[in-house]
Design a protein around this ligand. Sequence first.
Ligand SMILES: [Zn+2]
Length: 284
Amino acid sequence: MHPIPATALACALLFAGHAFAAEPALPQLKAYTVDESWLRPVEPRQIADHTWRIGTEGILALLVKTDAGAILIDGGMPQAADTLLAQMRELGVEPGDLELITHSQAHGDHVGPLAAVRRATGATLVSNAESAVLLAAGGSDDIHFGDEIVYPPAHADRIVHDGEAIELGGQRLTVHFMPGHTPGSMAWTWTDMRDGRPLRIAYVDSLSTPGYRLIDHPRIPRLVDDFRRSFDVVRALPCDLLLTPHAGAGRHDGDGAPLTCRAYADKSERALDAELAKQRGDDN
Ligand SMILES: [Zn+2]
């Protein structure tokens, strides 16, 4: 160790104090905190012969079980990985049985644990090109949120295109691109059986604009056009049963009954129009 003369050290400290005295302290890191219902695990619930709801009360994760293994759609918050693995085990799906993982959007409250689940299971992570960029960045540099909602980055193993299907053990899930809430937002549709009859399930991404600048956004100037096209996509989905990543979004405010895909798109379009009017007013 080299001794530093006391006077030199004093000078250095004095100088350092001088140079930075006028600068404010750097901000503390803030955790991404959410409603507690987003963190409260559910008992696995059967939706149809092959389709189960797992995850938490507020945020859906879906498991499609087949004789050839299982498919996980969405995972929820980053801290949900162990819960998901336990819920899958409860349904008889060991980590090695999970073949495919996919998702709705690449925000941290829906894909947060996917890197950990992929690592624990060896499953193939399926995404689309827009979402894969955000997944690889761990949610950073988000168009609307910047670095506010980051999560462990995940590597997409397979990229699907609009209208493409993934298949496992007789279950065939088709993807429908619906950019808006995120540029890579996706709906997934498949036909399962319930009470001996076919049930067309539509798992449809968020259509909300939480705090988004809608007009003249420098990074996504055609955002509203994207939303309008996506409302039409959602209206046209095969949809006996609508499910949404946020449990309440696809349900009636009053009785909590599931909305039709058309009603969900209509409701979301009214909300977008109201927000647009507000932002136009604010600009005047
Ligand atoms: Zn989101």
